[in-house]
Structure formats: structure tokens, C-alpha cells
Design a protein around this ligand. Sequence first.
Ligand code: PMP
Length: 406
Amino acid sequence: MTLTDPTAPDAPAATAPLVPSALARGLTVPKGFGDQSLLSPRPDAIRLLGGIPDPSALPLAELRESLGEVWDAGGAAAALQYSGSHGFEGLRGWIAEREGVNPRRILITNGGMHGLSLTVQALVERGGRVAVDNPAYPLFLRTLELVGAETLPVPVEADGLDVEHLARRLAEGERIAAVYTVPDFHNPSQGTLSAAKRAALVELAERYGFVVIADDPYRELRFAGTDQGRRVFFDSDHVVHVNTFTKTLGPGLRLGWLVLPDHLVDPFLRLRNRQDSHSSTFVQTLVEHLLVSRPGWFDTTLAAARELYRHRAELLVAELEAQLPGQLEATVPEGGFFLWPCLADDAVDAAALHARASAEGIDYQQGEFFVTGPGTDSARRLRLAYGDRTDDELRTAVERLARAFG
Ligand code: PMP
């Protein structure tokens, strides 16, 4: 197992008869993305692979202190007991205040992926149709496999999902249960859904009766540009907003939340109750204490994290411009962890470049692995993730990439 590759499948694509469920037997490992055989064999390989926060931006010392404080205050026994499906009241209250919604609408989850799978199980019938970003975060497509859903790819532009394209398809008679999109600092394509498109998307959802699944793990990591707003999502009965502490407090906590429209709270609670019952009482105890007992701490920490990620994004783009002038068209994103540069020269074979880069000791994700349908230039792109790479690593990575270009 590698700690730096969250995309690695936990298990091989087993067809072994020991797997009792026909569904589990049929689940395949998608081509390429998360495929260990595509990783560089070099022990000193530099991986620009996943949306991983830098350890220095995570609350290592504060969580240790929190544990001591909770234990000293006599909270240990309760932290090891069962708790409710909805999640801790204090934690929901803290999140609700930040989001500006009623705490009842917050459902604590085991992170973003869990929030997505819960939402899909709740809202998508077996074999249902879901419109998805093109290119898309591939792990969401795996979640859709759980209900055998079909996908309708919708192109993603520099300012997010092409909502007009979706509107045309709906006007032509296409019917969907949901739309999946990453509104802020898109994974993989780095852009942000504009305020106008947010409003138009919600309007379509209300008109045609589908749900918008807004997957927003990067939204706290804005380091440039203007926030395009979430109110429009929270004010609609047709949006499930999926969030996580993964990028801000650490993926290992497995802690996130949904902001649900009021009418979906009870059905989601009934479903949750039949799954794992609730998120870890222990983790919720620690994180609730950390956030509630240190007013202002989260924002101060985020401010430092944003500066770190801004610096890395700018450095990576500057290195690409200096070492690969005219070969990779890269722009500094406004936040998040990803660059999505495009190969300038059509004669460059993206797969061959990836193989040479791997031999040189740099790993990145090929754009083609995010493609969900025709009509984009994604296969000519590279996803470069810089969140957990140092300045030296980024410089060396680009040197290696430049060698791969030859
Ligand atoms: N959605 C997107 C777009 C992501 O990039 C990620 C993390 N890579 C997730 C969801 C999953 O978040 P979590 O680790 O909290 O499950």
C-alpha cells in the first residue's frame, strides 16, 4: 500500500468465486486511474498524483492537545461509545453557522466519498441516469457503479460545467436523476463554476426535477479570485452539497458532512441508520473540541494553508513556463490542488510522454483517465497535483518532465 496514492484501489479486480455478491464480482478497476502498474518504478519518483494536503498544513499538535483536553475533562468514556446517526450536535452547529444553514440540515459523514455514495444510494434508482462532469473525478464514477447508473457526460469549461449544453439535452427530452459537479477548483480541470451558471443549474434542477450533487472538497482553499457563492445551493430544495474535512484537517480523519435540503434529512437519516449507523464518536469528539474550543483557529490555519498552496501553484506554473516554454499551456488556478495544462503541440503523443515521464521519475495522471465522453481536449492534458510537494520536488519534477519531452 502506498500512503501517497489515495486513488489506489484497495483490492484487485477480483473475479474470484469467493466474492459472494454478483455486484462486487462485476466491479472492475477502471483503466489507468489508480493503476499501480502505471507508477514510475524509480524509488526516488516524484508523485504529482493526488489531492493530498501538506502535512505541515494539518493540525498535528492541536489534535494531540485536544485529545488531552477531552480526556482531562472526563470525556474519554463517552468518546468510545455509540452516538446518533445525524452526528454530533456541537459539530453540526459549528458547520451550520459557517454555512449559514439550519443545523438540522447538516449530516455528518465519513468524508466526501461516503457523502457521495450515501447520496447516490439515496437518490439514484438502479440503472438511473446521472449527468456528470466531462472530465470528471473518476472515483465518483465508481460510486455510480454501485447502483449501475448510466452517465450523461456534460463538458466542463474554464468556468465550470457547460450548463447550456445540459439545458439543450434536457430540452431535447433527456431525463436525469441527478447532476454531479465539482463547483470549486474542479478536479481535474481546476476551474470554478461561475455564479451565473450556479443559478442556471439550480433553476434547471427545479424545472426538471433532478438533484444537483455539488461536491465541494476544495472550496476552503481559495487563494485568488472571487468566491462564486454557495447560497444559491443552500437555498434550493434540489441540491445536496457534499463536503469534507479531508483537505483542511486531514483525509485520515474520514470526516465530512452533507448540507441537505430539509425534505431529504429524514430519508437520509433512515438510510444512514441502516448502513454504518454513525461516524466515529471518537473522531467527532476530537474535531468538535478542536473547532469549538478554539474560536478563530480554523480560519487562521486555513489562511496559512492557502498561502502555502498558492506559492506551490505559482512555483509549478513558473517552472513549467521556464523549463517547457511553449510546450505545456498552464495557468495558475484560483485555489485547490490541481493544474490541468494542455499539450501545445498536437504531434506529442500523450501516452508516450507519460511513459517517458514515468521512466524519468515523475508521476502524474493522464488527462484521458478523467474523460467521460467525447468533445473535450482532456486527452491532451495532464493533471499535476502540487498540494503535498515541496519547492525542490516541484522543480525537480519539472526538470524530469522536460527531459521526457526530449
Ligand atoms: N471529491 C473530490 C472531487 C475529491 O477530489 C476528493 C478527494 N480526492 C473527494 C471527493 C473525496 O474526499 P474524501 O477523502 O473526504 O472522501
